[in-house]
Design a protein around this ligand. Sequence first.
Ligand SMILES: Nc1ncnc2c1ncn2[C@@H]1O[C@H](COP(=O)(O)OP(=O)(O)OP(=O)(O)O)[C@@H](O)[C@H]1O
Length: 257
Amino acid sequence: MMSSSSRPLLEVSGLNKWFGAMHALRDVDLTVGVGERIVVCGPSGSGKSTMVRCINALERYQNGLIRLEGEAINADCDSVFGARRAIGMVFQSFNLFPHLSVLDNITLGPRKLLRLPRPDAESAAMMLLSQVRMEDQARKMPSQLSGGQQQRAAIARALAMNPKLMLFDEPTSALDPEMVKEVLDVMTALAEAGTTMICVTHEMGFAKAVADRIVFMDQGKIVETADPAAFFAGDCCDRARSFVSTTTGRSGLASSS
Ligand SMILES: Nc1ncnc2c1ncn2[C@@H]1O[C@H](COP(=O)(O)OP(=O)(O)OP(=O)(O)O)[C@@H](O)[C@H]1O
């Protein structure tokens, strides 16, 4: 958690992003301290992916500023490679390199970008594989793995760069229901180990268990930032309350009015 005196790791201020005429992000402000776990939720099309993609310099934004440890990030900045190196990203669709084994997927970044010798990169990768309970899958190709295993390998690959911040963009939404838990368990363990993370997810049980803050987006804006206890007790705006009851299938959330 961020202490009031420490400088935030990530500062997003006045962020605005357009896709042509479509105003996808509207004056988004978000500050994340070292060790904080933020869950971002909201209806489809509300701008969640666009926000995390801007943070990882995968999308260019037009107005506002994103800073990581004070350094400005944008997709067309010189800092783009540094930012991507410092930020690990896990996508909905795994995005492993299909022609590389699990081990090679994980060691590619450390070998090519951090110039780690292969044996060092491989022993670090094996430790990460054990962390995601995949040590016996190191030599397999992605096509030989289940979706849950591929996603756990993708998490290990992101961690191999020793990122300062992990971004998860709906990491379980492409998985069969029986594989969701194994991925959420790995993410929960990372959260408990103090990993700074921003997770876009509809998994409200995960949000409740690990988030320090819930950020609710609607129509390109952050319309609610709340601690999980207040959020799930219904102490939030009507839109957020109705989203939670739809997502969790619970209609009996307390009313704030
Ligand atoms: N490359 C693009 N070109 C044009 N419009 C885009 C592009 N990417 C996203 N958008 C639009 O920007 C808005 C925000 O999209 P975004 O994917 O960030 O929402 P989201 O909250 O992540 O939605 P979901 O939960 O469905 O993934 C949507 O209206 C979407 O159609």
